[in-house]
Design a protein around this ligand. Structure first.
Ligand SMILES: [Zn+2]
Length: 242
């Protein structure tokens, strides 16, 4: 079972959506936890909508995207968007631990600890998740991955604010098979209020598939022996995908 921990609806699709879809297609139970409903979004129509209305729409979008990616379920905590760095540390950690206890994932996936885009909400959830993983102890998940953009790929994202990681930090490179790629792109399009972001990526990349045909991960923490080489499967070394 794979648990994805994110700050905002759309993080899961624009980020490691291929890995999530691939895991589901390969038989893993996938669940998503969102800390906010994204009510402080500023992309496209988002900035013109009242926060309650944007929250309502993005909850629907999160549900549709989760389903499209093949997730068995998702949960939105409804904590304040753009202010997760102000959430008491213990509250944030506890939220992730509760999700771990409820679903007993073998693998957890979140954003890189520097936030990928540097968004303080991404940084906060990565920190909460790292600590939750540590506290879950021997009975807890076996691996914690952080989705990241390696420095060698950063120049592709010209004009986007990005905090890439050193290529040597990357522990897993996942090839995204066509079926998972289609689910990822479909899930991105489910986030209708954020579609201008997708349009921008298409302007940058032409075909966004090309840019995202591989997804990159740092192995933040593990209870298994550290793998000798680069992994190509988040469930490598785990017999049962659950
Ligand atoms: Zn985000």
């Amino acid at each position: 079972m794979l648990l994805g921990v994110f700050a905002h609806p759309d993080d899961e699709s624009y980020g490691p959506g291929g890995a999530l879809a691939r895991a589901a297609l390969e038989g893993a139970e996938v669940r998503l936890l969102f800390f906010t409903c994204g009510e402080a979004g500023t992309i496209g129509i988002s900035k013109d909508l009242p926060r309650e209305e944007l929250c309502r729409r993005r909850r629907v979008e999160a549900a549709r995207a989760s389903e499209t990616l093949g997730a068995a379920g998702h949960r939105i905590l409804g904590l304040p968007d753009r202010r997760l760095s102000e959430v008491p540390e213990e509250e944030g950690i506890r939220a992730v631990i509760e999700e771990i206890r409820a679903h007993r994932p073998q693998v957890i996936l979140t954003f890189h600890r520097l936030g990928v885009s540097g968004h303080p909400d991404h940084v906060a959830i990565a920190r909460f998740t790292q600590e939750a993983f540590r506290r879950a102890g021997a009975e807890g998940p076996l691996k914690l991955y952080e989705w990241a953009i390696p420095r060698s790929k950063a120049s592709l994202y010209r004009g986007r604010r990005l905090i890439p990681v050193a290529d040597e930090e990357i522990a897993a490179i996942l090839a995204i098979p066509p079926a998972a790629m289609e689910r990822k792109l479909e899930a991105i399009r489910r986030h209708e209020t954020q579609i201008e972001f997708y349009e921008e990526l298409v302007r940058i990349f032409g075909d966004f598939r090309e840019a995202t045909r591989e997804e990159f991960f740092v192995l933040s923490d593990t209870r298994l022996p550290r793998p000798a080489g680069i992994e190509d499967d988040l469930f490598a070394g785990i017999a049962d995908r659950g």
